[in-house]
Design a protein around this ligand. Structure first.
Ligand SMILES: Cc1cc2nc3c(=O)[nH]c(=O)nc-3n(C[C@H](O)[C@H](O)[C@H](O)COP(=O)(O)OP(=O)(O)OC[C@H]3O[C@@H](n4cnc5c(N)ncnc54)[C@H](O)[C@@H]3O)c2cc1C
Length: 200
């Protein structure tokens, strides 16, 4: 077996999953077809519960250092400020982090990605899952590597951690009948939320 867990996708979901496994002493292989972490801000508000989870993981301080507490949301229409919603003390007396932290997804990914080193893991960028095959006790994934060649990786469990544009719907929806073979294609549309794909 090449790895116990193969995580496909180095976005927030895959990075958090890898960190949570690392925290419990499980090392995963993480691959992502992109060349590196997101460059766009994308999601930009981090709520109290996420910060509580970050705290357990040991990255809350770094997030607080990089982010800014949100004071309120301004609503504009027709070039005029129409309303302001105060959010300054959201979660007061409920959480040690009673505020919304403004911190872009790119920074969140950077924090979670850097923290992976603590567990001896790193995302393998430019590495795409192109097919997988399920056996009763393992999954064999075909990965397209940065140099264009393919290699097969066997894992006890694989997890497709891809959102919107997931290219491998059949992997996500798999209910683990074995043996099973699938090929990922970017034309496939996701049918269900991401799922574990593992040997039964
Ligand atoms: C322009 C934009 C603005 C957004 N703004 C907000 C916002 O304001 N608030 C908010 O809450 N959310 C926002 N979102 C949504 C937010 O970005 C997503 O919810 C979040 O990225 C989901 O994280 P994820 O890890 O599940 O998936 P993703 O971030 O999509 O990560 C999936 C990863 O899987 C990789 N991957 C996919 N297929 C394969 C494969 N076959 N092999 C290898 N790797 C693969 C991809 O390269 C990608 O890096 C925005 C999204 C966009 C695009």
């Amino acid at each position: 077996m090449d790895t116990d867990v193969l995580i496909v996708g180095g976005g927030p979901t895959g990075l958090m999953l890898a960190n949570q496994l690392g925290r419990r002493g499980i090392r995963a292989m993480i691959v992502d077809r992109h060349s590196g972490p997101a460059q766009q801000t994308r999601a930009m508000a981090v709520h109290a519960r996420t910060l509580e989870i970050y705290s357990k993981l040991g990255v809350a301080e770094r997030a607080l250092e990089l982010g800014k507490q949100g004071g309120g949301a301004n609503m504009w229409a027709g070039g005029k400020l129409r309303a302001r919603i105060p959010i300054g003390d959201m979660g007061k007396s409920l959480s040690p982090f009673p505020f919304v932290l403004m911190l872009g997804q790119d920074d969140n990914e950077r924090i979670l990605g850097e923290h992976l080193h603590k567990w001896g893991m790193a995302v393998q960028w430019n590495t795409e899952l192109v097919a997988f095959e399920q056996a009763p006790d393992h999954v064999t994934a075909t990965l397209k590597q940065p140099d264009g060649t393919s290699r097969k990786v066997s894992a006890r469990i694989s997890r497709v951690a891809t959102a919107g544009a997931a290219p491998c719907a059949s992997a996500r929806a798999s209910r683990f009948p074995a043996p099973r073979t699938s090929t990922c294609s970017s034309s496939q549309t996701p049918r269900r939320p991401a799922r574990w794909c593992r040997a039964s």
